[in-house]
Design a protein around this ligand. Sequence first.
Ligand code: FES
Length: 203
Amino acid sequence: MTITQDGPHSTTAGEKRGMNLTLRVWRQKDPTVKGKMVTYKVTDISPDMSFLEMLDVLNEQLIMQGDDPVAFDHDCREGICGMCGLMINGEAHGPQQTTTCQLHMRSFKDGDKIDIEPWRANPFPVIKDLAVDRRAFDRIIQAGGYISVPTGTPPRRTPRRCRRRTRTPPSTPRPASAAVRAWPRARTRRRCCSPPPRSPTSG
Ligand code: FES
């Protein structure tokens, strides 16, 4: 993959070329200075990359050029923690209803211009570039605050035939004391359709 700013692509004949994108990224050195949008080009971006991986490519490019990488928040990169909030083309988390780390570059087209800004709100001042100070939110949580928003029910499990699994007997029989010690652990490993294991002491 090419990470040079304007150089030719390093694709070989027959290899699928990635996307070339123009990014306008909010750059702000610290909370005391005024920020501005800065334009960068990234080339040969795979449609299967996540949006944050695309930002990683940009940062590698900036580091190789001796520039300051773009600061942005992330943690799990699995759509769980909610740390990766960004405004993408003026929309929270971009064009899909998902977290930024779960947004894939296939949601964009080759040649697109993408505006990337921090999540702007008065209680969340910008610390640097795309990273904001979330301590106001932490204080609300610490004070016991919560919101009541209907988020729907958990997704239904795919109906699947439940096959009973047979247990393989251990190669060497355990002494009774070891079986008693293993009892609470065995109880927590209950299979979906197996009857609950019997206590070794209950006879
Ligand atoms: S980094 Fe955790 S939800 Fe995106």
